[in-house]
Design a protein around this ligand. Structure first.
Ligand SMILES: Nc1ncnc2c1ncn2[C@@H]1O[C@H](COP(=O)(O)OP(=O)(O)O)[C@@H](O)[C@H]1O
Ligand SMILES: [Mg+2]
Length: 247
């Protein structure tokens, strides 16, 4: 695939010759430094951005960005935005979550059932009549996730799912996602620049550097790879710096 942001000034960022495969029922970590192109790549995968050339195949079918194609993607892939405020829009959580379900051509009672299931799955059922905008960051992320779950997607794409969360909220989110993965057999692709999650949670690791795929493989191999290590840095590097400044 090939993609470049079209800016009036000289365009600084480009994705080129990038290709990888996702196997069902696994957890994929897309990592790389800020500005590496992780969010851009995800937006391409779900049709929010248009490729300049090349193709993307989702579940064996080439992605088409017409209305029908995009609707199909939405049903198969749940894309959780980095910032939940970009995703939530309705006056109440229940309406927000129900929006996508109502487009599924299900009966009213089936829609109600799905919405109830999704709200329970993210532990927000008792908040259903609240505005999504008055929630904490973690609750907003969960409300946005419920809005994706009503489609019962095969693939969940999570952009920085653990960023801005305290440890307890991270546990809470992990528990919810893991439950969905096992009971609903969802495949996960998440981005994070935190190597802890890559090492502990992912089955496969993809490292992006300036729009190029630097590494694709097992996390234990990626974390030992000297190029990857030098690119991403570590707590050790921060620790050394602190030590030096304290002398
Ligand atoms: N809408 C946009 N228009 C132009 N450049 C953009 C846009 N969004 C992101 N970029 C640039 O593309 C690069 C990759 O950004 P992004 O995909 O957000 O990286 P990451 O998610 O890995 O931090 C950055 O240099 C960023 O400034
Ligand atoms: Mg990003």
């Amino acid at each position: 695939m090939r993609f470049k942001y079209k800016l009036k000034e000289k365009s600084p960022f480009e994705i080129e010759d990038l290709s990888f495969k996702i196997v069902e029922n696994s957890i994929y970590a897309l990592t790389g430094n800020n500005g590496a192109g992780k969010t851009t790549l995800l937006r391409l995968l779900v049709g929010l951005l248009k490729l300049d050339s090349g193709e993307i195949k989702i579940f064996g079918k080439t992605l088409t960005r017409n209305k029908e194609g995009l609707w199909k993607i939405r049903q198969q892939i749940g894309f959780l935005f980095q910032n939940p405020d970009d995703q939530l829009f309705a006056p109440t959580i229940e309406e927000d979550v129900g929006f996508a379900a109502r487009n599924l051509k299900l009966s009213d009672s089936e829609v109600r059932e799905r919405v109830e299931w999704a709200l329970n799955a993210v532990n927000l059922f008792e908040f259903k009549n609240k505005s999504p905008f008055n929630l904490s960051w973690g609750q907003k992320k969960r409300a946005a996730l419920a809005g994706l779950l009503v489609m019962k997607p095969k693939l969940l794409i999570l952009d920085e799912p653990f960023a801005n969360l305290d440890f307890k909220s991270i546990c809470n989110h992990l528990k919810i996602i893991e439950e969905l993965r096992t009971t609903e057999k969802m495949t996960i692709l998440f981005t994070s620049h935190n190597l802890f999650f890559v090492e502990k949670w992912a089955d496969k690791m993809l490292v992006l550097n300036n729009g190029h795929l630097l590494f694709e493989g097992l996390p234990e191999q990626g974390l030992k790879n000297s190029e990857v290590h030098a690119l991403l840095g570590s707590y050790d590097e921060i620790n050394d710096l602190i030590k030096k400044t304290r002398i």
